[in-house]
Write a protein that binds this ligand. Structure first.
Ligand SMILES: C[S@@+](CC[C@H](N)C(=O)[O-])C[C@H]1O[C@@H](n2cnc3c(N)ncnc32)[C@H](O)[C@@H]1O
Ligand SMILES: [Zn+2]
Length: 268
């Protein structure tokens, strides 16, 4: 495994019984849950960057209830069995990363997120602790070697074109999932007087768009706890008026799921 590189000196990181080490003896211990912290302090711009623990726990509860299963299954079918290395950027609590590891039983599957609470949850429930590694890291400075990844996935998370291009192999795959026009439209209409449509992502520099599709479904949540989970994990939902929030939690919610899936190939 030569996929990881030291976040401090950029030399390869090798796995030993203690954790990860580079030739300059920078050492990164493995946490008890199995993840690595590869985020240098100077890249940590707040005490707890990324999504908050409550948001990540709510996301886990919501995803495990199966509301995004359609998306999970579709993404699994987009991955060719030839993929040997895959990186999931902004992996959160690991729901999709685990699904990728399941779909690619021969591959090394990595997940990184800037939120330690997410990586901790993800690593704890990894399906294979050697083949499925999680690290706290920023998508703007990835601790991976140049051209180490056959595929990178980015589901509702930020990234930097240059870093995507650097870590993906020539002709490698990049999959981006972003909210499409009608995603949670009902909820957004309850908050904004004028709802602005989600825009499709711009083709990242150095990549070609190979295919794109919309995946839509009706979202029906009857359970109060799951309704609360959706509202906690959705970044804009804190703007809901208190009486509207209470009404939704009491009566349940009917809305639309609308995902945009974009597949790109890295240029040579
Ligand atoms: C909406 S969540 C999506 C999580 C996961 N991909 C999923 O779909 O369940 C966005 C994630 O991006 C992470 N994130 C935000 N900024 C990041 C950065 N600079 N580098 C890596 N992850 C980041 C957040 O911590 C959060 O877990
Ligand atoms: Zn080093």
């Amino acid at each position: 495994m030569k996929d990881l590189r030291c976040p401090l000196c950029r030399q390869p990181l090798l796995l030993n019984s203690l954790g990860l080490t580079c030739e300059n003896r920078h050492q990164f211990d493995r946490s008890k849950e199995g993840y690595f912290n590869l985020l240098p302090v100077q890249n940590k711009h707040s005490r707890e960057p990324g999504d908050a623990k409550e948001q990540l726990q709510a996301r886990r509860q919501f995803l495990q209830a199966g509301f995004f299963d359609l998306l999970k299954k579709r993404l699994q079918t987009l991955l060719s069995p030839d993929i040997q290395t895959l990186l999931d950027i902004g992996c959160g609590e690991g729901y999709f990363t685990h699904a990728f590891a399941e779909a690619l039983p021969q591959a090394q599957v990595y997940g990184v997120d800037i939120a330690k609470a997410g990586v901790r949850l993800a690593a704890k429930s990894a399906i294979d602790k050697n083949r499925n590694l999680f690290a706290v890291a920023s998508s703007f400075d990835l601790p991976f070697a140049d051209q180490s990844m056959d595929a990178v996935t980015r589901i509702y998370a930020p990234s930097k074109d240059e870093e995507l291009w650097r870590v993906i192999k020539p002709e490698g795959l990049l999959v981006i999932v972003a909210p499409a026009e009608n995603h949670l439209l009902g909820l957004r209409q309850r908050i904004y007087a004028e709802v602005r449509p989600h825009e499709s992502p711009v083709v990242p520099n150095g990549f070609r768009l190979m295919a794109s599709e919309r995946l839509t479904d009706e979202l029906v949540i009857k359970d109060k706890v799951l309704c609360q989970a959706l509202l906690t994990m959705t970044p804009f939902a804190w703007k809901l008026a208190e009486n509207v929030r209470m009404q939704l939690e009491a009566e349940g919610l009917v809305d639309q799921l609308d995902f945009g899936i974009y597949c790109y190939q890295r240029d040579n």
